[in-house]
Design a protein around this ligand. Structure first.
Ligand code: AMP
Ligand code: ZN
Ligand code: FE
Ligand code: FE
Length: 293
């Protein structure tokens, strides 16, 4: 059989991507991908639409979500949740809470920008976002369009990134809560882009991953647009050591991260077998355990 490729990490307009869920699936088809997982931040609002288009185009699909967990500066810890049950009441409650955390943070960013003489309103930001999940890339896109910065990247560096003047943190789950919540919602938790943890050395990275494994981590993202061959090798090694599922994806955000292309993770394509193994593991996790008499 011909080689087949997938993308297990991408964002739509349901969070901070610029392509609708339908458009992301169409693009996946155009790129020749055979399977896709949509992993919007803090929401599965895009999943229903993506499922319909994926069926239509004959692309296999797995629902996903990406959640940010508490982690010391300057690192960030993102946990992907695969195979979460879109009907789960717990998931609805979880996403409502995460979105409330954003709604609490975003007006503070805007107030600070206004103090810095940037002409921007919450209303503009909400219009830019379109959906319920309003994130910093939406604010960055407005700053870019209005000419305050020459790129999205500069908007982060100058205003929005950790350490910049208009940075405000949002309420996050602890790693333990994030892993537990994903499992309670029928999903499998996977550590995203381990490079972004900004660990000082391999020993520290190992300890962080081991702690997550003890809390129920099921997989690690090996291929990602931030991962060079060295990071791919580190993550492969951790996957083997802790018997973790391996995943990979582009982290496509449309024009909010224009250098990232769907189906490509820093020059690597993601082999189909990673999707098949992940999907099988999600199905096994969702089955009720055998009850022995
Ligand atoms: P938020 O969820 O609103 O906190 O924003 C997180 C989003 O902003 C994610 O898509 C990140 O990849 C993106 N982001 C965070 N820091 C930067 C940065 N320095 N440059 C570009 N994008 C960033
Ligand atoms: Zn994003
Ligand atoms: Fe992320
Ligand atoms: Fe992402």
């Amino acid at each position: 059989m011909a080689e087949s490729f997938v993308d297990l990490h991408c964002h739509s307009t349901a969070s901070d991507g610029t392509f609708s869920p339908t458009e992301v699936v169409r693009l996946a088809k155009e790129c020749g991908l055979s399977a896709l997982s949509l992993t919007d931040h803090d929401t599965i609002a895009g999943v229903a639409e993506a499922v319909v288009e994926a069926k239509l185009l004959g692309i296999d699909f797995l629902p996903g979500i990406e959640i940010s967990a508490e982690y010391p500066h300057p690192g960030t810890m993102h946990i992907l949740g695969y195979g979460v049950d879109p009907e789960s009441g717990k998931l609805k409650k979880l996403t409502d809470t995460l979105i409330a955390g954003r709604d609490n943070r975003n007006p503070r960013i805007i107030a600070k920008l206004q103090q810095l003489n940037v002409a921007i309103t919450m209303e503009e930001v909400e219009n830019e976002a379109g959906g319920q999940v309003v994130g910093r890339p939406h604010i960055a896109a407005i700053l870019h369009r209005k000419g305050y910065v020459s790129s999205i990247k500069e908007a982060f560096n100058k205003y929005l990134a950790q350490g910049a003047p208009a940075y405000f943190d949002k309420e996050r789950l602890t790693p333990k809560q994030a892993l537990e919540m994903i499992r309670q919602c029928g999903g499998l938790p996977v550590l995203a882009h381990a490079l972004q943890l900004h660990t000082d050395n391999d020993g520290q990275l190992d300890r962080v991953v081991k702690d997550l494994v003890d809390l129920g981590l099921a997989g690690i993202e090996v291929f990602h647009s931030d991962h060079n061959p060295e990071w791919i090798a580190k993550c492969e090694k951790l996957a083997a050591k802790y018997k973790l599922l391996k995943t990979g994806g582009s982290d496509f955000h449309g024009t909010n991260k224009a250098h990232i292309h769907l189906g490509m993770a820093r020059g690597h394509r993601v082999p189909r077998e990673l999707f098949d193994q992940l999907k099988a593991a999600c199905a096994a996790a969702a089955r009720p355990p055998l009850v022995r008499p």
